[in-house]
Design a protein around this ligand. Structure first.
Ligand SMILES: [Zn+2]
Length: 136
């Protein structure tokens, strides 16, 4: 059997793998995505979650709206009518753009940190009825 050291390193790399907070699949590095109004830096996961990267750490609201509107097919009326936690879910993870890794479980608010926020939005459009069959 191998040494403990190998195991520990493996576990650590798993923790920092860039995985979607919703489906746990690996996501691609954020890239420039064109929208009707301009562009944002982000991407789309295989589970249809949209993510938006905020390199400055100061425009979280903007990054959030970019992701939300894009997840709605750029339908602002729809985006603005959605209820958080009901119509969509959101998650924010600490992301290292240069190494394409995440800081799992770390809420790092240090302005000198190499991590910035990556905001994930997942629309729950496909679950208007059947989530709770037989529920009261
Ligand atoms: Zn996903």
């Amino acid at each position: 059997m191998g040494k403990y050291g190998n195991k520990i390193r493996e576990d650590k790399s798993v923790l920092t793998e860039p995985r979607c907070p919703f489906c746990r699949e690996k996501f691609s590095p954020p890239r420039e995505i064109s929208t009707e109004l301009g562009f944002f830096t982000g991407g789309i996961c295989v589970c249809k979650a949209v993510y938006s990267y905020d390199p400055s750490g100061k425009n979280q609201g903007e990054a959030f709206m970019d992701a939300l509107v894009y997840a709605c097919g750029e339908d602002w009326d729809m985006a603005l009518s959605l209820e958080p936690d009901t119509d969509y879910e959101q998650a924010s993870i600490s992301y290292d753009f240069h190494h394409h890794t995440i800081a799992s479980g770390v809420r790092n608010r240090n302005p000198f940190s190499r991590y910035s926020d990556l905001i994930f939005i997942k629309i729950n459009r496909q679950s208007p009825v059947s989530d709770n069959p037989g529920g009261d």
